[in-house]
Design a protein around this ligand. Structure first.
Ligand code: HEC
Ligand code: HEC
Ligand code: HEC
Ligand code: HEC
Ligand code: HEC
Ligand code: HEC
Ligand code: HEC
Ligand code: HEC
Length: 438
C-alpha cells in the first residue's frame, strides 16, 4: 500500500513537471507582431500556420524563427530553423530520423564528383539534385559552405514530408508526400507503386469504391511503419551488398559491377578509397546480418496481409531478378572494358582507371577543379558508354525495383526488355568500332 502511494505520488509529480514543460516551453516567444505584419506581407503563410497543430499549441513564428527580425528592413535576421529547432519539442522523431537513410541525402550527394562541377542552382536551389537530396541534418561546415555561396534556405529536412507551415501528420502519411523525390529516371517508385495493384487499390479506396476497412499498402506502411523515421532497405539503391552472393556466377557479376562503380580496382580487384566513401554514407549493407535484418522486417510487413511464405517467395523473386539483371549488366560492362583494354576508348583525365565509371554520370571531363566547367562544352561521353550508363542507372534499377514494387510493366517492358535492347546495341556498336579501327 505504502509503495503504491509513493508510486502514485511520484506519478503525480512527474505529470505535473511534464505538464509544466508542456505549458511553459511552447509559449516562450511572442509572435503577435510577426503575425500582424505577415498577415499583410505573406498572408498565405499565416493562413497555413493557422491550420497547423502548432497554432493551437501556441507554437508561433518566433518560436522557430527567433525574435531578432522585427521589421521589413531586417528580415535577414530571421533564423532559418534547422532540425535541431524541431528536436527541442520532437526529440523522438529527430533521433529516429538521424539513424535513417534520409539523413545521408545531402552527404551522399556531396560525395559525388559531379555535384561540384554542375551549376549551383541545381544543388542549392530546391531543384535538380539538391531538390531531392536536401535531406539530412547538415554539419556546421556544410551550412557554412551554403551560406558562403549566398543561400540561406533548405536548412530543414523535416518539412520535406510534412511541409511548412501546416506541418501535418496526415499529409506525411499520404504517399503523395514521397512523390516529388521517388519518381522519374532512376527511382520511379511513385510510378511503379501508383499503377500496381497495391497503389490502384489505395486510390480506388480513396475514391470511395472500396469499403472503408479494405486494405491497401502505402509507401509508409512498408518503409516507415509504426511512426518510425528510420528508413532502410536490404538492397538499397545501388543493388550491391557484401559479403558477395554465394552463387559463383552472381558473385563474379557483382564484382564487375563494383569495379564499374569504382569501389574495386579493375586491375587488382582490391578495394579503392571509394569503398570508404560508400561505407561512410551507408550506400550498401556490408554484413549478412544487416541485409537480413531489413529483409526480415519487410517479410513481417507483407505478412500483415499475405501469408508469410507468399511474401517471402515474392521477395526471393526480386532477388532472382536482380541476379539475372546482373548477368546482362556484367556482360555489357566487360564489352566496354575490352574497348578500353584494346585502346579503342581512352582514359580521360578525370578517370582513375581505363574502365567504365558509373559515378561519372553523363559527363566525362572533371579536369576543371570546380564550379564553372559548364561554361565549356562538355567533353561528351562516347555513345557506347552512354548506353551502358543508361542500362545501369535506368533499366537495371527498373528491373528489380519494378519486381519489388509488384509492377508488371516496369519489371518487364521498362526494365528487363530495355536491358536486353541495351546489351544488343552495345554488342553492335563495339563490333562497328572494332571494324572501323581495323
Ligand atoms: C513590420 C513588418 C514585419 C514584422 C513585425 C515581422 N516581419 Fe518577417 N518579414 C517582413 C517582410 C516584409 C519580409 C520579407 C522581406 C524580403 O522579402 O526580403 C519578412 C521576412 C521574414 C522571413 C523570411 C526571411 C528571408 O530571408 O526570406 C521570416 C522567416 C520572417 N519574416 C519571420 C518573422 C518573425 C518570426 C517575426 C516576428 C518575430 C517577423 N517576421 C516580424 C515583415 C515583418
Ligand atoms: C516549441 C515546441 C515545438 C517546436 C519547436 C516544434 N513543434 Fe511540432 N508540435 C509541437 C506541439 C506541442 C505539437 C502538437 C502535439 C500533438 O498534437 O500531439 C506539435 C505537432 C507537430 C506535428 C504533428 C501535427 C499533426 O498533424 O498531428 C508535426 C508533424 C510537427 N509538430 C512538426 C514539427 C517540425 C517539422 C518542427 C520544426 C520545424 C516543429 N514541429 C517544431 C511543438 C513544437
Ligand atoms: C525531398 C525528397 C524526398 C522525399 C519527400 C522522400 N524521400 Fe525517400 N529518399 C530521398 C533520398 C535523396 C534518398 C537517398 C538518401 C541517400 O542519399 O542516402 C531516399 C531514400 C529513401 C529510402 C531508402 C532506400 C535505401 O537505400 O535503402 C526509402 C525506403 C525512402 N527514401 C522512402 C521514402 C518514403 C516512404 C517517403 C515518403 C513518406 C520518402 N522517402 C520521401 C528523398 C526523399
Ligand atoms: C527527383 C529527385 C532526385 C534527383 C533530382 C536526384 N536524386 Fe539522387 N536519389 C534520389 C532518391 C529518391 C534516391 C534513393 C533511391 C532509391 O533508393 O531507390 C537517390 C539516390 C542517390 C544516391 C545513392 C544514395 C544511397 O546511398 O543509396 C546518390 C549518390 C545520388 N542519388 C546522387 C544524385 C546526384 C549527384 C544527382 C544529380 C545529378 C541526383 N542524385 C539527383 C532522388 C533524387
Ligand atoms: C514549427 C516551426 C515554424 C513555425 C512555427 C513557423 N515557421 Fe516559418 N519556416 C519554418 C521552416 C522549417 C522554414 C524553412 C527553413 C529553410 O528554408 O530551411 C520556414 C521558412 C519561412 C519563411 C521563408 C521561406 C518562404 O517560404 O518564404 C518565411 C517567410 C516564414 N517561414 C515565415 C513564418 C511566419 C510568418 C510564421 C508565423 C505565422 C512562421 N514562419 C512560423 C518553420 C516554422
Ligand atoms: C520521409 C518523410 C518524413 C520526414 C522527412 C519526416 N517525417 Fe515526421 N512523419 C512522417 C510520417 C509518415 C509520420 C506519421 C507517422 C505515423 O503516425 O505513422 C510522421 C509523423 C511526425 C510527427 C507526429 C507524431 C505523432 O504521432 O503525433 C512529428 C512530430 C514528426 N513527424 C516530426 C518530424 C521531425 C521533427 C522530422 C525531422 C527530424 C520529421 N518528422 C521528418 C514522415 C516524415
Ligand atoms: C508492399 C510494400 C511496399 C510498398 C507499398 C512500397 N514499397 Fe518500396 N520497397 C518494397 C520492397 C520489398 C523493396 C525492396 C527491399 C529489399 O531490398 O529487399 C522496396 C524498395 C524500395 C526502395 C529502395 C530501392 C528499390 O529497390 O526500389 C525505395 C527508395 C522505396 N522502396 C521507396 C518506396 C516508395 C517511395 C513507395 C511509394 C510510392 C514504396 N516504396 C512503396 C516494398 C514496398
Ligand atoms: C496492407 C495490406 C498489404 C500489404 C502489407 C502487402 N500487400 Fe500485397 N496485396 C494486397 C492486396 C489487397 C492485394 C490485391 C489482391 C488481389 O490481387 O486479389 C495485393 C496484391 C499483391 C500482389 C499481386 C497478386 C496478384 O495476384 O496479382 C503481390 C505479388 C503482392 N501483393 C506482394 C506483396 C509483397 C511482396 C508485400 C510485402 C513487401 C505485400 N504484398 C504487402 C495487400 C497487401
Amino acid at each position: 500500500m505504502k509503495q503504491k502511494l509513493w508510486r502514485s505520488g511520484f506519478l503525480l509529480v512527474t505529470l505535473a513537471l511534464f505538464g509544466m514543460i508542456f505549458w511553459v516551453a511552447p509559449a516562450m516567444a511572442d509572435s503577435g507582431k510577426c503575425i500582424k505584419c505577415h498577415q499583410r506581407h505573406t498572408p498565405g503563410q499565416v493562413a497555413d500556420w493557422k491550420v497547423s497543430k502548432h497554432a493551437g499549441e501556441d507554437v508561433g513564428c518566433a518560436d522557430c524563427h527567433g525574435e531578432k527580425h522585427t521589421n521589413s528592413k531586417n528580415a535577414n535576421l530571421a533564423l532559418m530553423p534547422d532540425e535541431h529547432v524541431c528536436k527541442e519539442c520532437h526529440e523522438e522523431q529527430f533521433e529516429s530520423f538521424s539513424k535513417g537513410k534520409h539523413n545521408f541525402g545531402w552527404t551522399s550527394l556531396n560525395a559525388l564528383p559531379i555535384t561540384h562541377v554542375e551549376p549551383d542552382e541545381l544543388m542549392e536551389g530546391g531543384r535538380g539534385c539538391g531538390g531531392c537530396h536536401n535531406m539530412g541534418i547538415k554539419t556546421e561546415a556544410q551550412k557554412k559552405e551554403q551560406l558562403d555561396k549566398g543561400y540561406r534556405y533548405q536548412t530543414n529536412s523535416c518539412d520535406e514530408c510534412h511541409t511548412r507551415h501546416s506541418f501535418s501528420k496526415k499529409e506525411a502519411l499520404d504517399p503523395k508526400a514521397c512523390q516529388q523525390c521517388h519518381m522519374g529516371y532512376d527511382h520511379p517508385q511513385w510510378e511503379m507503386w501508383s499503377s500496381s495493384k497495391h497503389g490502384t487499390r489505395w486510390r480506388t479506396k480513396k475514391d470511395g469504391n472500396l469499403p472503408e476497412g479494405a486494405v491497401a499498402p502505402t509507401c509508409q506502411d512498408c518503409h516507415l511503419p509504426d511512426g518510425t523515421h528510420n528508413n532502410h532497405t536490404a538492397w538499397g539503391f545501388l543493388g550491391v551488398r557484401l559479403p558477395l552472393p554465394a552463387d559463383k556466377q552472381w558473385a563474379a557479376d557483382q564484382v564487375v559491377i563494383l569495379k564499374a562503380l569504382g569501389v574495386l580496382d579493375p586491375n587488382t580487384g582490391k578495394p579503392t578509397a571509394r569503398l570508404d566513401a560508400v561505407k561512410a554514407v551507408d550506400l550498401a549493407r556490408l554484413t549478412a546480418e544487416a541485409w537480413q535484418t531489413e529483409r526480415d522486417k519487410m517479410i513481417k510487413t507483407c505478412s500483415k496481409c499475405h501469408s508469410e511464405s507468399y511474401g517471402k517467395k515474392q521477395l526471393e523473386m526480386g532477388d532472382a531478378m536482380m541476379q539475372k539483371a546482373d548477368r546482362l549488366m556484367a556482360q555489357a560492362i566487360e564489352i566496354v572494358a575490352g574497348l578500353y583494354k584494346d585502346g579503342l576508348l581512352k582514359k580521360r583525365n578525370s578517370q582513375a582507371f581505363a574502365y567504365p565509371d558509373f559515378l561519372y554520370f553523363m559527363r566525362t571531363d572533371y579536369s576543371a577543379a570546380s564550379g564553372d566547367s559548364y561554361k565549356k562544352l562538355p567533353n561528351g561521353m562516347s555513345s557506347i558508354e552512354q548506353t551502358l550508363f543508361q542500362m545501369y542507372m535506368k533499366h537495371r534499377m527498373r528491373t528489380y525495383q519494378g519486381q519489388f514494387h509488384v509492377n508488371p510493366d516496369y519489371a518487364y517492358w521498362y526494365g528487363w526488355a530495355m536491358m536486353v535492347e541495351d546489351l544488343g546495341k552495345i554488342q553492335h556498336e563495339a563490333e562497328v568500332m572494332r571494324a572501323i579501327h581495323k
